[in-house]
Design a protein around this ligand. Structure first.
Ligand code: FE2
Length: 295
């Protein structure tokens, strides 16, 4: 398909061997959906493992809320230090005026991040399949490394909106090499706040860059303040098992989840280690947990 106003979508290719058409569409649109990339069993196993990790998490330990609509959250040390850990982030609306959770713990979380793929064996297995390694190779990575993993809960009722952004704002390399791999673990629909993309929007400049400033706090610098052409956004409605691949410059967003259904998803971000990874990027690794590719 060549209509770049839409999100190109295919059945997952055998062995992750992306066809020339798929690669051309990804290059044109900056986003590519592959249905049935992960099996229902694999998605269920990852959800079950996430549920176990959530069970062991005590929300009293943390009041950190992740929000891309409020810069203050990003300044939280709990977030900044999570690049080589497994940490939990509550939804903005999770806590009531008395400081108590409005909903049960598993329905209060925004996300878990950012190194499950290197610290948890079940997440490691899901993240390093031969099929995904092949996809990454076909996209053109020479020395790929999985720089972060995120488990997104998008809980019923309070799953927060994510404003339009580019992931290379946060995961910046020189030259830019970040690509996102988003797996629907449950059906994602407009009703429960699916991802939305501006097809072709990855050809726009990088509009913002987020980095550690001189005082160690995160700052977001605006490089281009023109508005997003949000009238061109398209929903990436995705049945469980779908993989959505997107360029680090692809503008994307998601609406709040006001429905009664959760919308669990798992995201990996891959960079090429042949590119320079700035020490100012928020996400840093301790020396004894080096970045790994797909081996
Ligand atoms: Fe994003």
């Amino acid at each position: 398909m060549k209509n770049t106003a839409e999100i190109p979508s295919y059945a997952a290719p055998t062995g992750g061997r992306l066809s020339d058409d798929m690669l051309a569409d990804f290059k044109d649109a900056g986003v590519l959906a592959l249905r049935d990339f992960a099996s229902v069993d694999a998605c269920d196993a990852l959800r079950a493992r996430a549920a176990k990790l959530v069970e062991a998490f005590d929300p009293e330990e943390v009041r950190s809320v992740f929000s891309t609509t409020e810069q203050t959250q990003l300044n939280d040390d709990y977030f900044i230090e999570s690049g080589d850990k497994i940490r939990f982030f509550l939804e903005k609306e999770a806590i009531d005026e008395n400081g108590r959770l409005r909903q049960k713990k598993e329905h209060s979380l925004n996300k878990m991040g950012h190194a499950m793929h290197d610290l948890d064996p079940v997440f490691d297995r899901f993240s390093r399949t031969p099929e995904l390694a092949e996809v990454v190779k076909r996209i053109g990575f020479v020395e790929p490394a999985i720089v972060q993993s995120m488990y997104i809960f998008k809980p019923p009722g309070i799953g927060g909106e994510v404003a339009c952004h580019q992931d290379s704002t946060y995961i910046y390399t020189e030259p830019e090499s970040c690509v996102g791999f988003w797996f629907a673990l449950e059906d994602a629909t407009l009703e429960n706040g699916c991802m939305q993309f501006i097809p072709g929007g990855h050809k726009l400049p990088l509009k913002k860059r987020n980095y550690r400033g001189a005082n160690g706090k995160l700052v977001t610098e605006t490089l281009d303040d023109s508005p997003w052409p949000e009238e061109k956004k398209r929903p990436a409605e995705a049945p469980a098992g779908t993989l959505v691949i997107f360029d680090g410059r692809a503008p994307h967003l998601s609406a709040a989840n006001r429905s009664s259904k959760s919308r669990h998803a798992y995201t990996l971000h891959v960079i090429d280690q042949q590119c320079r990874y700035p020490a100012e990027n928020w996400l840093q690794r301790r020396a004894d947990l080096p970045l790994r590719g797909f081996n």
